[in-house]
Design a protein around this ligand. Structure first.
Ligand code: UDP
Length: 235
């Protein structure tokens, strides 16, 4: 199979790293993800990955804590996920760089756009962590921003437990209808909870296509990169 894209942003939610436990990191699950990333990287697809942190902490969920403090905790969670993914990828011989939007140079490189692009050109997988480095944002917004910055052709939004965008929650409604294609405006108008509105409008304004797909099937990442019609396309 031939890849459809030359440069992509893959967004992995924190939940995708947690496996059945739902919290923390399950290294077997990370290994499954890493082997798919290895396959797409070997197809010479320049791959930037934005990792979430919801398996550790979500800023908005802490009721009595200062929101900014809570968000910084969330961003630190994403760094742990990035390091776990890096470790797994490097064990498989994939060359990677983790970049952090909050400087912690003993741990990883700071985010430098031109440097990230250079790594990608050299075939290294770049893992973007610590979100955009500011509270009140999400890692979905980070995916949209990094995609625009590195001129990625598409954002692949990997979801756990669901294989696309539905008109209602398929876990609660057995008659929920899956969309094959949507526009960003429809997402906003129908109030579909796929990404936050900041991320959605950033993608819309910068005309970055998005594919929402399920990560549960082991070949799904490769299928989506090769242009197979799985998941939901958003234009
Ligand atoms: N976060 C933030 N700024 C960012 C990105 C993330 O403050 O630019 C914080 C925020 O608290 C968020 C948490 O990090 O809840 C984890 O990220 P997110 O919820 O996007 O992770 P995911 O749901 O994808 O696992």
């Amino acid at each position: 199979m031939n890849p459809k894209y030359k440069r992509i942003i893959l967004k992995l939610s924190g939940e995708a790293m947690a496996g059945e436990k739902g919290i923390g990191i399950d290294m077997d699950t990370v290994k499954t993800i890493a082997s798919q990333v290895k396959a797409i990287s070997e197809m010479r697809v320049e791959t930037g990955i934005v990792v979430g942190g919801g398996n550790f902490w979500r800023g908005r969920d802490s009721e009595n804590m200062d929101r900014a403090t809570s968000d910084y905790m969330g961003m630190l969670g994403t760094v742990m996920n990035a390091l776990a993914l890096q470790d797994s990828l490097e064990n498989m011989g994939v060359i990677t760089r983790v970049q952090t939007a909050i400087e912690m140079k003993e741990v990883a490189e700071p985010y430098i756009r031109r440097r990230a692009i250079r790594h990608l050109e050299k075939g290294r997988v770049v893992i973007f962590s610590a979100g955009i480095g500011n509270p009140y944002f999400s890692t979905d917004t980070t995916a949209a921003l990094r995609a625009a910055e590195i001129s990625a052709e598409v954002i692949l939004l990997a979801k756990k437990g669901v294989d696309g965008i539905y008109d209602s929650d398929p876990k609660l409604n057995p008659d929920a209808k899956k969309f094959l294609e949507l526009s960003y405006l429809e997402i906003i108008n129908k109030k579909l909870k796929i990404m936050d509105t900041t991320a959605t409008s950033l993608c819309m304004d910068n005309k970055i296509p998005l594919i929402v797909f399920g990560i549960d099937k082991p070949s799904s990442m490769i299928d989506v990169v090769c242009g197979k019609n799985i998941g939901t396309k958003v234009k």
